[in-house]
Design a protein. Structure first.
Length: 119
């Protein structure tokens, strides 16, 4: 009878330990997920700030006074004397969005027009 009581206490203790451990792991996982989300958000914010200044950096290959910031879906347009260039700045491991890839494809295929609207 004493052995059965000790076994029951041991099993209940193990179950309690399992519940507490599961709860701690769940909360840590939740916290890590939140931190990763904040980190991604911070990378996006840094990229958005950086793209505002990149045309003014020394290594920018074009005349910075001829750059016009758009912001979305591309960062801007560079107006050169002999061409117009869509510019998208990327930092770190950032990749083009599907919309930006689509715009690049349209430009490369020559599907670009100039229209004048009069009022």
């Amino acid at each position: 009878m004493l052995a059965t009581l000790v076994e029951n206490i041991f099993v209940v203790s193990l179950l309690a330990l399992l519940v507490v451990t599961s709860y701690v792991i769940y909360n840590q996982h939740k916290m890590i997920k939140e931190l990763m989300s904040q980190k991604r958000s911070l990378h996006v914010k840094h990229g958005k700030v950086a793209e505002q200044f990149l045309p003014f950096m020394e290594h920018y290959p074009y005349d910075k006074s001829k750059f016009r910031f758009i912001g979305n879906p591309v960062d801007g347009i560079q107006f050169e004397d002999n061409k117009v260039i869509f510019i998208e700045f990327k930092t770190g491991q950032a990749r083009l969005t599907s919309k930006q890839k689509s715009i690049c494809e349209l430009v490369n295929k020559g599907h670009v027009e100039f229209r004048e609207f009069r009022i």
